[in-house]
Ligand binder design. Structure first.
Ligand code: NAI
Ligand code: MG
Length: 480
């Protein structure tokens, strides 16, 4: 049985209750996690607060950085163990989990190296004044993270916060949290003081809601659905704390008639089937210039037909989706696409021999006559790609922007001017030119516009998001 980490201890929920953990591969319960409640959140927030005025709060930036780097090394030492845990919990192919754990280590290494490189400023002011602008931690930071990349999301969220000297309370997703708990245990082993990094497992509407509205927190970061993102921002408003929201996307590939399809086609397929489409940055819409539409669809159909879903050990194109709700959601959207008159151009297969009861779905490629279907609007969070032709550059940009989301985009063309115009025209936090997805992209500032959320994670900029400035104005003139 898994336990939580509060104040440097492995603990059960205060009331002893647990939740079953179901394997996406066969639908069977394989372990339990504590069902944390507001009493557990209270304990975690109190321990984080105490850490800030204790050992943790007294650490230098250099020492915080060293601890993070050590944690990165420890993660790599436990690479295979963590990858196995991640695959068991999420159903990911083992090679995907292995890549995720390397990315997790990179978060600790990158922000470990960054901890002592956030410098202040001096500001010229009036005669006999010295003005310093110093960076301070926000305090107790709350991190509500999703189940699609549990280990990576954990690193992305807590590594910059710890680098800046905050104390963290993490509520991982009830659907997949085992790697998060294990890494928090490793953090204690490498010497993070009690209370610097707490993990409370449990349900979103219980532990998650209790954390987001806790009056003892100073910041919330959340990645997940729009619906819950709105609740988080309201809770943050009640306490007048800052929040960073990453609420998914409906990102478009824009393929022009001069695109290099040898590169584009495999990238487009990977961009939607990787992690079984359960990626906020998935390239889930495809806009193709009409003159090459049939050719592109033909090549994509071939690539889609060879995708296969299987167990983690089979290590195929993708695994199952994470739970029954996601399974039904994907099925619902495929049926919806058909009922709206969209055409299935190609499907992948589910490997022979997958267990009964697993949440396996086929990668599916749809073609649509225009952009009006809800499949172009809703985040499906499954391996479903929907394509539509366009004629002009202006139309392509307008279509790319014709959703409520604005997380990512990609433009495929050899025309240099067009590359820049389209990249700048797409409303999104990141745009790729002749490429897609960055395998973690720890160094690259990331986040949304429009309903994809606000605030930035990853890159050096994240260190600014999880800290604040203080202006110290010092008059040093003679007073007699
Ligand atoms: P969700 O938004 O409910 O879950 C994400 C996290 O929020 C989990 O840790 C959950 O425990 C927590 N949570 C849920 N309700 C909460 C509440 N009332 N207060 C505080 N925390 C709460 O996402 P869900 O229901 O698992 O997935 C539904 C859809 O959301 C997906 O199909 C996908 O479209 C989107 N999603 C997007 C993600 C992204 O990476 N942007 C990640 C996960 C889901
Ligand atoms: Mg939910």
């Amino acid at each position: 049985m898994t336990q939580m980490i509060i104040n440097g201890e492995r603990v059960n929920a205060a009331d002893g209750r647990t939740l079953d953990v179901v394997s996406p591969t066969d639908g069977q319960v394989f372990t339990t996690i504590p069902r944390g409640q507001s009493a557990d959140i209270d304990n975690a927030v109190a321990s984080a607060r105490a850490a800030l005025s204790g050992d943790w709060g007294r650490k230098t930036a250099l020492d915080r950085g060293r601890l993070l780097v050590k944690l990165g090394e420890k993660v790599l030492e436990h690479h295979e163990e963590l990858a196995q845990i991640e695959s068991r919990d999420t159903g990911k192919p083992l090679s995907t989990s292995r890549a995720d754990i390397v990315a997790l280590a990179r978060y600790f290494e990158f922000y470990g190296g960054g901890a002592d490189k956030v410098h202040g400023q001096t500001i010229p002011y009036q005669t006999d004044y010295s003005v310093q602008l110093i960076r301070e931690p926000l305090g107790v930071t709350a991190h509500i993270i999703p189940w699609n990349y549990p280990a990576q999301m954990f690193g992305r969220s807590v590594a910059p916060a710890l680098a800046m000297g905050n104390a963290c309370v993490v509520k991982p997703a009830e659907d997949a949290c085992l790697s998060v708990v294990r890494v928090a245990e490793l953090a204690l082993e490498v010497g993070f003081p009690a209370g610097a990094l707490n993990v409370v497992t449990g349900l979103g509407e219980e532990a998650g809601a209790a954390l987001s509205r806790h009056s003892g927190i100073n910041f919330i970061t959340f990645t997940g659905s729009n619906e819950v993102g709105v609740l988080i921002q309201k809770a943050a408003a009640e306490n007048a704390v800052k929040c960073v929201l990453e609420l998914g996307g409906k990102s478009a590939h824009v393929v022009f008639d001069d695109a290099n399809l040898n590169v584009a086609v495999p990238a487009i397929v990977k961009g939607i089937v990787y992690n079984t489409g359960q990626t906020c940055t998935a390239g889930s819409r495809l806009l193709v210039q009409r003159s090459v539409y049939d050719k592109v669809m033909q090549q994509l159909a071939q690539a889609f037909s060879s995708t296969r879903a299987g167990t983690p050990e089979m290590d195929l194109t993708c695994g199952p989706v994470v739970n029954k709700a996601q399974f039904q959601r994907v099925k619902h959207y495929v049926e919806k696409g058909l009922s709206e008159g969209l055409t299935i151009i190609a499907e992948g297969t589910i490997a022979d021999g997958v267990p009964e009861g697993g949440y396996f779905v086929k990668p599916t490629l749809f073609s649509a006559p225009d952009h009006s279907s809800c499949l172009f609007q809703d985040e499906i969070f499954g391996p479903v790609l929907v394509a539509v032709p366009f004629d002009t550059e202006e139309e392509a940009i307008a279509l790319a922007n014709a959703t409520d989301y604005g997380l990512l985009g990609a433009v495929w063309t050899e025309n240099g001017g067009r590359q820049q115009r389209v990249a700048r025209g797409i409303q999104a936090g990141q745009v790729y030119i002749n490429g897609f997805g960055a395998g973690g992209g720890i160094e690259l500032p990331f986040g949304g516009v429009k309903k994809s959320g606000h605030g930035r994670e990853k890159g050096f900029i994240a260190l600014e998001e999880v800290s604040t400035t203080k202006t110290i104005i010092h008059y040093y003139g003679k007073t007699n």
